[in-house]
Ligand binder design. Sequence first.
Ligand code: HEM
Ligand SMILES: *[C@@H]1O[C@H](CO)[C@@H](O)[C@H](O)[C@H]1NC(C)=O
Ligand SMILES: *[C@@H]1O[C@H](CO)[C@@H](O)[C@H](O)[C@H]1NC(C)=O
Ligand SMILES: *[C@@H]1O[C@H](CO)[C@@H](O)[C@H](O)[C@H]1NC(C)=O
Ligand SMILES: *[C@@H]1O[C@H](CO)[C@@H](O)[C@H](O)[C@H]1NC(C)=O
Ligand SMILES: *[C@@H]1O[C@H](CO)[C@@H](O)[C@H](O)[C@H]1NC(C)=O
Ligand SMILES: *[C@@H]1O[C@H](CO)[C@@H](O)[C@H](O)[C@H]1NC(C)=O
Ligand SMILES: *[C@@H]1O[C@H](CO)[C@@H](O)[C@H](O)[C@H]1NC(C)=O
Length: 343
Amino acid sequence: MALLFLFLGWCCLVGFSEAQPTPVSGLSYDFYKRSCPKLETIIRDQLKKDFNSDIGLAAALLRLHFHDCFVQGCDASVLLDGSASGPSEQDSPPNLTLRPAAFKAINDLRALIDKQCGRVVSCADVVALAARDSVALSGGPDYKVPLGRRDGLTFATDNATRASLPPPTSNVSFLISTLAKINLDTTDLVTLSGGHTIGIAHCPSFTDRLYPTQDTNMDKTFANNLKLTCPAANTTNTTVNDIRSPNTFDNKYYVDLMNRQGLFTSDQGLYSDSRTKSIVTSFAINQTLFFEQFARSMVKMGQLSVLTGSQGEIRVNCSARNSGSGFWSVLDDGWLGDVASVF
Ligand code: HEM
Ligand SMILES: *[C@@H]1O[C@H](CO)[C@@H](O)[C@H](O)[C@H]1NC(C)=O
Ligand SMILES: *[C@@H]1O[C@H](CO)[C@@H](O)[C@H](O)[C@H]1NC(C)=O
Ligand SMILES: *[C@@H]1O[C@H](CO)[C@@H](O)[C@H](O)[C@H]1NC(C)=O
Ligand SMILES: *[C@@H]1O[C@H](CO)[C@@H](O)[C@H](O)[C@H]1NC(C)=O
Ligand SMILES: *[C@@H]1O[C@H](CO)[C@@H](O)[C@H](O)[C@H]1NC(C)=O
Ligand SMILES: *[C@@H]1O[C@H](CO)[C@@H](O)[C@H](O)[C@H]1NC(C)=O
Ligand SMILES: *[C@@H]1O[C@H](CO)[C@@H](O)[C@H](O)[C@H]1NC(C)=O
């Protein structure tokens, strides 16, 4: 019996260490093992409940982590409410379609975590774990997240945000060179774009492909249906990113691309460009391959320019840096209730 346990222990430990990439310096898989051992359970249990009433929140949280990491690193800068201090990352056009529910969910999670562990967990780590759980709970791969990020003290300007987040009208050359600047390669590009297997988009994000002239690289029936959803270029309406399985994290996004049913130019281009086409096909025919690579690319994206050690801070309130000498305590809860959704 003891031998059996020894054997199981040996096999699984080896399997574990082989599957996990080595974290960047300052991050580790067991960072909160002593200070907040229930961290990951708290987040997953809460999100399970949240997703039961709003599955769209999963997409919103996944996108939030992407925006955080691409703009000056995964430092929760995207969460900072810049309205008091002038135009910030949040005022930039790409922010306008981040869902208020995602910001609220992060603040709610932090409140739950603080109750059990005190203020030891960074907002940036909560965002990274929430993105992982969004993927796993929607049917995608589960994977370990290196932890120990610290929260940034500054947010990016509107211009810096635009420069870091490629627009949906981007061609593959532009996408490859934008991602290369942050050490993400062509495989990461095709893989991470697979995040569009869940969630929604607003008409103005893709109507350049419908009006004034229809993109010939778009399936005609698909285009005609999109025109019903978006009768004009600026219609305030949304459609799903992945028509085959809009709420399930699977490889159907790549099947969409092979059928010219990708929503954005940045999506569909991946199947036209010779540098990315074969990767799209390989994911469309092998979901396991996509899932394994998605986990790898997410861990890579999740460690972009992280703050560690004594850099940055652990924010009291994920929406504001700590400098304000505790005036937060006099403000009541429910502040997000009156933030209207933009677009
Ligand atoms: C490669 C460059 C990318 C471009 C150009 C891009 C662009 C966009 C755009 C324009 C939207 C729709 C916004 C709207 O109109 O509401 C969107 C939604 C979304 N994106 Fe991306 N994206 C990219 C990469 C990523 C990555 C890396 C991820 C995550 C791994 C991601 C996850 C999502 C998700 C989940 C949504 C749906 C959000 C929701 O339903 O609230 N995207 N993206
Ligand atoms: C950025 O978007 C979020 C979600 O829609 C919203 O809560 C926040 O107020 C926005 N920031 C600004 C300054 O508009
Ligand atoms: C932001 O970019 C625009 C357009 O490129 C430019 O006109 C403007 O001066 C920039 N603003 C700042 C603060 O750098
Ligand atoms: C790709 O987009 C960039 C930036 O918009 C543009 O300068 C370039 O000409 C485009 N390349 C092709 C091949 O269309
Ligand atoms: C929004 O899209 C739906 C179909 O998805 C369509 O029936 C409806 O007319 C659209 N609304 C507007 C204002 O265009
Ligand atoms: C859309 O554009 C048209 C023509 O430019 C304008 O009249 C209309 O007010 C715009 N609608 C929205 C919802 O922005
Ligand atoms: C699919 O990808 C997985 C993971 O790389 C691999 O083990 C498996 O052999 C592939 N399946 C097929 C049918 O090629
Ligand atoms: C958190 O900070 C935001 C932005 O400054 C503020 O609007 C909100 O009231 C604060 N929340 C709490 C619970 O103090």
